[in-house]
Design a protein around this ligand. Structure first.
Ligand SMILES: [Zn+2]
Ligand SMILES: [Zn+2]
Length: 784
């Protein structure tokens, strides 16, 4: 309930937004919603002297930009890089990771000075960002710091770069900012023309490298191996400097990505203002979900209420919501509620629908700074490249998928050393529910790892072909591309696309080998998403994901906008969509069958087994469910007629023998429901350990599988060849399955709900499910 307008201070300057939040949580009927508040005390920075090797003119430039002394982690990173050691810096949002590579990079260029002749080999730096926008932001920062510095000639090379500028970059640039797509499609395939840049490479910077995960990460890892080979061919052995959000094992993740031994810097030496992380769980409601299960109040509705109340209290608040439609709903709901208190208050909240143009962003930022706007709702798309300061509170509507993304969003609050609060509002699913009840999973040492699988043959093959076209592949090269490279080139030779000659393997065709790999997707030609009636192509969807994400009738989100799919034409690989704002969402339902191809690794827990191996998956999208946006109410299920699909992938599975099933005490008729419930919950919780979301993985459960001969639960990677998720599940199997067990046991529902064992994508309509039985089976499985 809104608080009276008289409570609004004339000049909002809330001393402590946490106290305001606690007051909201103490309102009648709000019991139990605020599940945890962690106060994060202010931290003093640890400044460090400038390294003695840093040229004075470079240090002066940082000083001129207000950096009198660097922080310890910046110097630690820069020092290692300067000494030629590959390094990843994994510290918090806003800790100034960029100085770690700017200092050695600019130092190297300044020491070498300006070349005498245009094509002279001078040192060069390649900066790679996951998005074009981020690359441009970095270029602007570099231009500001390095303007006029001897030896620095920086430019961006991406899809929009005109030919003349690209030519200039080839002949003159010493610092090139680009993205992996551009390396893959343009720079590496025409390596001879980039010989100056490649042959001079002193540093390769991989910024925001936690974005390189799953299949995309596997592709980027192979692009970097191609880059390293060509650099070596032209005479350079660059040092890699990577910047990552805080994740588990950043050194291991960076080593997998680059194929090199990478050291990690994780001690954050930057200062931090006092802050707090609050966890908020919406209540269970009377709205009946599937099979009569209770459902929670949607996170959007709860976020809108919090935004209203905080704005009334004068707390400057930004809400991050997944879709633009969701962001608009939150802002409009808050405006309506404010107007009920006083019509003038409506203006205090921005219904943020201006798009993402820099001028819109700046206008919103200025209004928030000046206090003309006190609250706004934005989509996660703003996460990169937004510079909002002076916020008192950030509301995160639903866990944004990774801990790194959560802290990035929460980190928008309180940058000026004022006290601030970030609030995670849980959605109705097992992962969010677990997190708001287990603050240690968000606050302790990170357990989520950025995983990828560069050895996936479906990824590796096209990159071997591309590499061979760039420069014939020799036997010595194969080690660089990993243990499966020899099988890979032999398979390509058998297909006739590579031919072995005395100097190595050659590409035999006339077309471009790099076109064989779309580094942002896998599994055949992507499906084009085309807008009706004007025929504009909005984007593409992975072939593998098309059946479940753009089937006829699907509500499809694109850059935060909502579309409804009119028709999915599989033959033409086109999904025809129409702009529309229905008040429901859709989730596809899938049935799956799985066959074991080859076990690769095995752990025995008593009579139980956990296995990692390759599998053949047959899955079919059989229908979809419609649910109301604001209440989560199920509106109905529609059948679909789509063909089954085959997928060779990697899975982790666990099995129990017949005696163990008896020992679990689950009555025989309840065993199918128990094993099914355990499967759903384990899929819901794997994203806690591997940076995937539940749509990247799938599962099968059965009381008796024909290949294992036992009760078995499979969880598989939904991408051809695998993406590293199942492998991560295998590596942390005990923690993952124990977490699954505890999450099911802790849910306050009686017979299962979306917060524990119900799955939105279940092809069997969440039937049968047996919640208590799932806990008993997992108790028998887990080692004592
Ligand atoms: Zn439940
Ligand atoms: Zn199911």
């Amino acid at each position: 309930m809104p608080i009276p307008a008289s409570a609004l201070p004339p000049h909002p300057d809330p001393a402590d937004p946490v106290a305001r939040l606690e007051r909201l949580a103490a309102q009648p009927g709000h019991d139990g919603r605020l599940t945890h508040v962690e106060r994060l005390p202010a931290r003093d920075g640890r400044p460090s002297p400038w390294p003695t090797w840093a040229p004075a003119e470079v240090v002066e430039r940082f000083r001129a930009h207000g950096i009198e002394w660097p922080w310890s982690h910046q110097v630690d990173t820069a020092d290692r890089a300067w000494r030629g050691r590959h390094v990843v810096v994994a510290t918090g949002t806003g800790s100034g990771k960029s100085l770690g590579y700017l200092l050695p990079g600019l130092g190297t260029l300044a020491t070498a000075g300006a070349p005498v002749r245009p094509r002279d080999r001078t040192p060069t730096v390649l900066y790679v960002a996951p998005t074009k926008a981020l690359a441009h932001d970095q270029l602007a920062a570099l231009d500001a710091i390095g303007a006029g510095l001897d030896g620095l000639r920086a430019t961006a090379v991406d899809g929009d770069t005109p030919r003349s500028e690209r030519d200039w970059a080839r002949d003159h640039a010493t610092w090139v900012v680009t993205n992996p797509d551009m390396l893959h499609r343009s720079v590496l395939p025409s390596q001879a023309r980039w010989a100056r840049l490649l042959g001079g490479l002193a540093y390769v910077v991989m910024d925001e490298c936690h974005h390189y995960r799953g299949v995309f990460g596997s592709h980027v890892a192979q692009v970097l191996r191609r880059l390293r080979r060509l650099a070596a061919h032209h005479g350079a052995r660059p040092t890699f400097v990577l910047a990552s959000a805080t994740v588990a094992d950043p050194d291991a993740c960076a080593s997998t990505l680059t194929g090199l031994a990478v050291e990690a810097v994780t001690e954050d030496g930057s200062p931090r203002g006092a802050g707090a992380l609050a966890l908020w769980e919406p209540p269970l409601t009377e709205t009946a979900g599937e099979r009569g299960a209770p459902t929670r109040r949607p996170a959007t509705a709860e976020t809108a209420d919090l935004l209203t109340d905080l704005v009334l209290d004068g707390v400057r608040t930004l809400a991050f919501v997944r879709s633009r439609r969701g962001a608009e709903t939150v802002a409009l709901t808050a405006q309506r509620q404010l107007a009920e208190v006083d019509p003038d208050l409506r203006e205090l909240v921005a219904a943020y629908r201006g798009g993402y143009l820099p001028e819109d962003r700046r206008a919103l930022e200025a209004d928030l700074r000046a206090g003309r706007i006190v609250g706004a709702a934005a989509t996660n798309a703003l996460e990169l490249g937004v510079d909002l300061v002076g916020l008192d509170a950030v509301l995160v509507c639903g866990f944004p998928g990774t801990r790194a993304a959560l802290w990035q969003q929460v980190g928008r609050a309180g940058r000026r050393g004022r006290s601030s609060v970030g609030v995670l509002v849980a959605r109705d699913d097992p992962l969010d529910t677990y997190l708001v009840r287990h603050p240690e999973a968000l606050l302790g040492r990170p357990v989520e790892a950025t995983v990828s699988d560069p050895d996936n043959p479906y990824v590796l093959g096209p990159h071997l072909a591309a590499a061979a076209q760039e420069l014939p592949l020799t036997d010595d090269d194969l080690a660089l591309f990993g243990p499966r490279a020899r099988d890979g080139v032999e398979a390509l030779a058998a297909e006739g696309v590579l031919r072995r000659r005395a100097r190595g393997w050659f590409w035999t065709r006339r077309d471009r080998a790099c076109d064989l790999a779309d580094i942002r997707s896998t599994g055949g030609p992507p499906v084009q998403v085309v807008e009706s009636p004007d025929g504009r192509v909005l984007g593409t969807v992975d072939a593998a994901a098309a059946h479940s994400s753009v089937h006829t009738g699907a509500v499809h989100l694109h850059r935060g906008r909502t579309y409804v799919v009119l028709d999915l034409d599989l033959e033409a690989s086109v999904a025809l969509v129409e702009r529309s704002d229905p008040d429901w969402t859709t989730t596809a339902r899938e049935v799956t069958d799985i066959e074991v191809v080859e076990p690769r690794a095995r752990q025995r827990w008593g009579a139980a087994e956990v296995v990692l191996g390759s599998v053949q998956v047959t899955s079919q999208v059989v229908g979809y469910l419609r649910r109301r946006v604001l209440t989560g109410e199920v509106l109905g299920e529609e059948p679909l007629d789509l063909p089954p699909r085959q997928l060779r992938s990697t899975a982790v599975w666990w099995t129990l023998d017949a005696d163990q099933v008896v020992a679990s005490g689950v009555a025989a008729p309840d065993v199918p429901g128990a094993v099914h419930a355990a499967e759903h919950a384990s899929i819901g919780l794997l994203p806690l350990f591997a940076t995937c979301d539940r749509w990247d993985i799938g599962g099968v459960s059965t009381t008796l599988h024909r290949d294992t001969g036992r009760l078995t639960v499979f969880v598989y990677d939904g991408h051809p060849g695998g993406a590293g998720f199942a492998e991560r599940g295998y590596a942390v199997a005990e923690r993952w399955l124990r977490t699954t067990r505890d999450a099911i046991a802790a849910c306050e529902c009686r017979d299962g709900c979306p917060s524990c064992v119900q799955s939105p994508k279940c092809g069997n309509g969440n039937d049968p499910l047996h919640k208590a039985g799932a806990v008993r089976l997992l108790d028998v499985l887990l080692p004592g």
